[in-house]
Design a binder for this molecule. Sequence first.
Ligand code: FAD
Length: 302
Amino acid sequence: MKAAPFAYVRPGSLEETVAELSRDGAKVLAGGQSLVPVLAMRLGRPSQLVDINAVPELDQLTSRDGALRVGATVRQRRLQNDDLSARVPLLRLALPWIGHREIRSRGTVCGSIAHADPSAELPAVASCLEATMVLTSARGRREVAAGDFFSGALSTAAEPDELLTEVSFPAAGPGEGFGFGEFARRHGDFALAGVAVRVTAGDGDRPTARATCFGVSDVPVSADVSERLGAALDRTGAAPARADLHRALGDLMEEVALDVVDTGGDSHASPAYRRRLVAALLAREIARAYADATRSREGSTS
Ligand SMILES: Cc1cc2nc3c(=O)[nH]c(=O)nc-3n(C[C@H](O)[C@H](O)[C@H](O)COP(=O)(O)OP(=O)(O)OC[C@H]3O[C@@H](n4cnc5c(N)ncnc54)[C@H](O)[C@@H]3O)c2cc1C
């Protein structure tokens, strides 16, 4: 099948881009890795594609004010290979799981977040870290928190005339640790289920832990799992071997999986199988993130 006819424009400035996007039926073309298949299968019929790849200010990758700011045309592979991504370790853990190198060489970070596939890695990372989305249109600029951005499968709070110009990810602080894991039938396939985890180990305080699960609902689902991590540490003691904490978290994560998995299942996996995957991944990745967080806290105080 071929794509339905469409007009194509390649503006050279942000001002021109948002003017073109305000036309009825206009759609952003970034890396094309999701949009082109959608066009080829005629699942979408935009009247005009606005190619954003010639707008210099959208190609910015910067670190300031405690955040990593990723512009609209920054490729996934560029971020993966850039030293700046070390400031957001969860991104470093997640990026290699996206498709294959060729996909990451063209696909953009913002494009993946704007596309909002429920099984995609980057929306989950953005949700776990409570990233900020910057949207720009001819009407102005606004910021939307990740928690308010994903509204359903392949749908977000962005209006059709709005461009996701930047995503701002908070840089990791001392005492923070991260975990990321997913299960797919073949490496590079979309995940059947996956988890992103952030643990903060404060001085003397109980650790806090936030987990975001993907591939299990229409949107990434986040849960505060601090109490359950605390309950596991009551069983193991405050400085457990990772394997012991992993074991202690096992049954506690089964309860979390019951809450977060709300898909009716599909030809790839039943809800019950996804719950088992989520529970196993959460236990493993929270144990990993806790070990990482305590190392980071000790490194910052020595
Ligand atoms: C074989 C294959 C395997 C893949 N595997 C994975 C995987 O495992 N995990 C994963 O997460 N993804 C996977 N992808 C998708 C890939 O990550 C895409 O790159 C990504 O989903 C979209 O980014 P893009 O820059 O290519 O956007 P495009 O394809 O250009 O656009 C996608 C959609 O987002 C909109 N859009 C893009 N950028 C913006 C913006 N800045 N502002 C507003 N709207 C915008 C477009 O209008 C379009 O609707 C795979 C793709 C392929 C072809």
